[in-house]
Write a protein that binds this ligand. Sequence first.
Ligand code: ADP
Length: 441
Amino acid sequence: MIVETYIVFVNVALVIYFAFREGIAGGFITSAISIAYYFYIIYTRHFVKRQYISGIDTIFILAILYFFLAYIIGWLKERIDQLIDRQTDERRRLEAIIQQLPVGVLITDKNGRLQHQNKQIAQILGKKYPANYIFGKHTPLLKDMFNGEEVIPAQVPLAQALTKRAIINKQYTIERGSHKQAYLQVNASAIRNKRGEIIAAAQIVSDITQQKELERQKDDFLSMASHELKTPITSLKMFVDLQTKQLNEKDPTKAKYYNERIRDQANRLKELTNDLLDVSRIQTGKLRFNKEIFDISEVVKDTVEGLQASTKHHHIIIKSSGKHRVQADKYRIYQVLVNLITNAVKYSPKAMRIIVKVKKIKHNIVVSVQDFGIGIDQSEQHKIFEKLYQVTDPEEKTFPGLGLGLYISKQIIERHEGKIWVKSKKRKGATFFFCLPAYTG
Ligand code: ADP
């Protein structure tokens, strides 16, 4: 009897084990094998009729018990498996979303120990946190943007969020890589369970360096533009006052001189506003061209004649022979030439010569403007065609300008399927070139 009890217990244990391992099917198969084994025992022990009937009854009850147990435990196991699968899928989905986000994400457990970080974190902070890093225990790289102070451990956004204070849109600066300053916007908050207990914390880090740089450029531009506009306006006012004063003296030489200065300043104002308008037209794609066929050498000649009249110090030499026809917007090409030649004059105050050449090279007409002035360092040469770029060494500080002329010229030439470039050495002068497809029709 004791042996049979053991057998029943062992079978119950087996049914539970296989139902838990393999689910309902595993439990049912184990139950079926156990019941078959009981039948085998009855059969081999040659029971008399009463013993036989009571044996069958017991097997019947045990079968119900086993199958019931197998079903319940198997069902439970399948439910737990489903929950685990769902949780794993959820984790994977979350991980994929976190990795795709354009912002950096850090997630810690309730003790501040790092659980997740996406690849943007490494890009934004310039470093990856080691696995299991504990926030709040080490000094981070952050500096508060407004007071420049180091953020001490207890104030690390994640650590702060874990002590119940959420961080909203706080801005910091960090030194990234080779002492490059980056601006960050940080949000951090605690994650709570149903009962309101903190179970984790999440921090979102956005790189706002570009945005800050744009804001800075906008501010610089506004102050530069107002300065540039103020200069001719002040001069205009001054010459108008002088002109008014000398009206009584009736001195025609003075009157002529003041009139010329007033005209110069008014022209400068017109140029500045035209440049600003052109940039906005380029930006909005509204720069239109009226193309016609003309000889570019003629335009060069006219431009040089006009500009020579306004500079007594420089001698502008033209080296061009024959006709060089192009199909382009005559006024815009004139504008490029004016910009290159006035730059040559402006940036070579000590030199006397400027050479303008027009040549046909293969299928292109190449125009060059050479000066013998301050030149441009190799490292600056690709930048000077960018919007608002001005070389900022002490020598250059004294030259007026907005840094728009070459940007506008580049846009004009490129919209004519041409190219513009520069060859220069610091203090050895500069030669600006542009080419346009020659008109062969
Ligand atoms: P800006 O109004 O400042 O002259 P540009 O776009 O015409 O603007 O030129 C951009 C910058 O390129 C200038 O600020 C100057 O530093 C540099 N640059 C242009 N032309 C010359 C030149 N001929 N020689 C030396 N530097 C030049």
